[in-house]
Ligand binder design. Structure first.
Ligand SMILES: [Zn+2]
Length: 600
């Protein structure tokens, strides 16, 4: 095939069509892409691939729509897959070493029900020793501006092939899954148990088939709404049914560890069973998965994944995982409310020793922080000291026990006219030690090596604001460096103000400058306080969260049908969503506990 003189022109037109598609003008984009492919079918794999991709996007939309009854949509979907397959085939004639085009070709063949040729296409793609660079003849994520290296682009193409093979495995049993789901809908979950188990046996490489028995079990548990036959205690059939479903999902999550759908379902089950710690860990694991499987291939019920294309569905699932993490906190708060007050008070008091021991097993940075804070408070009867804004050299580890000694250090070690000038503006009492120690503040107090919290509000707020990956401990020296750079900024402002200050001041001018100076100095001394509790309290709150989850899971609280509905996202009208139920509780008595420094 001779290179087309209009390569750049074709690329520009293809990009314009893709932009239209992304802006939601799908029909227009599709028709332009098809025209372009037809016009340049002998010279441009790029145009052929785009036409294939947009036809497949339309195919998926119509297929999802056609799952109901619309025969027209189904027939149209099949024609689109057929046309896409033809485009990819012609493109492969020109560029036979493109892994991604082969993957797409196989997917199009799956769309027309040609299983054997589809499988052959995947196998040929997997055997390509030196894959072509997809950016040369594909748009999508490979645009030259995407900033990926050639190696990264080839890796992306291989990930796409892996997803295509996974879609193939799931598509093979899609109709059979639909039948089982129809049985659930029309005859109840109990009639579908056997069919789901048989299907899982028959299709071991389909994530959807493997999860189907668990899905049916959850439906079964939801049908058992209390009543005399099923008293709501931990030993009810509902509990057993969910445990069985969890065992199924444990295996599925190990086998299909890139599936966000499987992870979300498993995490929800764990939440139903009040194992919030494991649910949280599952969400976190799933959020760290790169190139996850195609959610459209695993979704149950069929068509339930939100979003039209792969990227949309993946981001929607990631958001659902984040939302579930937050919901776990609300569920725990709900359980907390029904906990015996003795257990509550055990959770509210945290001993420093306990804290140190806990972190020494899981997080050395945190353990060191607790040890150092404890040592300091034992020696000085205080949690606070003042630091020099210089974070390097001999100033790095210095601890001043009051602002007067800090000021003296600044004058002696960092001589500057600033201090002499500043002194005339400062009140003597501003140089003293003024921070009250160990007073109850921010919802907790500390006596005899025990942190005594008034409520779990601060914990709720901290956990709700955690980044998706969880809390990352900041070392004390990192914390100190962060403070130093803030202090240096304020010191600069003080210096600038002093320099701009006229020598001869009238008494009213003097009063005004003095008040500004005092404000800045106050801010400086406040910021130069290094309070160990700022580091220790969030660690204590996280420990408290861990303990709360542990207690709840040990208690094995009852599993109410409404809570399954709430967790699985289908809330019947008679039950307000849990978010609303506990919203009031979490909103009042807000306690910040200086957790801001952990949110970054
Ligand atoms: Zn210093």
């Amino acid at each position: 095939m001779a290179p087309d003189l209009d390569d750049d022109l074709i690329r520009a037109e293809a990009e314009a069509a893709l932009r239209l598609h992304r802006n939601g003008r799908r029909d227009e984009a599709l028709s332009r892409a098809m025209d372009l492919a037809i016009q340049h079918k002998r010279s441009s794999p790029l145009a052929l691939n785009l036409s294939g991709d947009l036809n497949m996007a339309a195919h998926r939309r119509n297929r999802r729509r056609g799952r109901g009854a619309a025969a027209d949509d189904k027939a149209l979907a099949e024609r689109q897959a057929k046309f896409a397959a033809t485009c990819y085939k012609m493109s492969l004639d020109a560029v036979p070493d493109c892994v991604e085009t082969f993957a797409a070709y196989g997917e199009a063949l799956v769309g027309t029900g040609m299983w054997k040729p589809a499988w052959d296409a995947f196998m040929r793609a997997a055997a390509i020793a030196h894959p072509a660079d997809p950016a040369a003849h594909r748009l999508g994520g490979y645009g030259r501006s995407a900033g990926l290296t050639r190696g990264e682009r080839v890796e992306m193409a291989k990930a796409r092939l892996r997803r295509a093979i996974d879609c193939y495995s799931n598509a093979r049993c899609e109709d059979a899954v639909a039948e089982v789901l129809a049985t659930v809908e029309h005859h109840g979950a109990a009639s579908a148990v056997h069919g789901a188990a048989k299907l899982a046996d028959r299709y071991p490489s389909s994530a959807r088939a493997q999860c189907l028995p668990a899905y049916v079990a959850v439906e079964l548990a939801r049908e058992r709404r209390g009543g005399a036959a099923y008293p709501a205690t931990a030993a009810t059939p509902r509990h057993k049914t969910l445990r069985r479903a969890l065992a199924t999902m444990d295996t599925a999550a190990r086998t299909f560890d890139r599936s966000l759908v499987v992870a979300l379902f498993r995490a929800k089950l764990l939440a139903c069973l009040h194992d919030y710690d494991a649910a949280e860990a599952e969400c976190r694991r799933a959020l760290a998965v790169d190139n996850p499987d195609d959610p459209a291939a695993h979704e149950i019920p069929l068509g339930s994944a939100i979003g039209e294309e792969y990227d949309d569905m993946v981001s929607s699932l990631r958001k659902q995982l984040c939302d579930l993490q937050k919901k776990l906190v609300l569920l725990a708060v709900h359980d907390w409310a029904s906990m015996e007050s003795e257990k509550q008070s055990q959770i509210l008091s945290v001993s420093i020793d306990e804290l140190r021991e806990h972190y020494s097993k899981i997080d050395q940075i945190a353990a060191n922080t607790v040890s150092e804070a404890r040592r300091f408070s034992k020696t000085h009867g205080s949690w606070c000291f003042w630091i020099c804004p210089r974070s390097s050299g001999q100033c790095a580890g210095k601890k001043f026990l009051d602002t007067a000694s800090l000021l003296e250090h600044l004058r002696n070690k960092h001589p500057d006219d600033l201090w002499v000038n500043l002194k005339s503006f400062l009140d003597t009492k501003l140089c003293g030690k003024f921070k009250t120690e160990n007073a109850s503040q921010d919802g907790y107090s500390c006596h005899d090596e025990m942190l005594q919290f008034q409520s779990i509000d601060g914990m709720i707020e901290l956990v709700l604001n955690l980044p998706p990956g969880g809390m990352k401990s900041e070392t004390l020296s990192e914390m100190r460096r962060r403070k130093c750079s803030e202090l240096a900024e304020i010191l600069d402002r003080i210096k600038k103000k002093l320099r701009a200050c006229p020598k001869d001041l009238s008494s009213s001018e003097f009063d005004q400058v003095r008040s500004e100076m005092q404000d800045l100095w106050l801010k400086f001394t406040e910021l130069s306080v290094f309070d160990y509790r700022e580091a220790v309290v969030p660690l204590a709150r996280m420990y408290q969260w861990k303990e709360l989850k542990k207690r709840i899971s040990e208690d094995g609280s009852i599993i109410a049908a409404w809570s399954i509905d709430d967790i699985f996202g289908d809330v019947p009208a008679e039950h307000a969503s849990l978010d609303e139920k506990v919203g009031h509780q979490t909103g009042e008595n807000k306690v910040t506990n200086k957790s801001d420094n952990l949110k970054a």
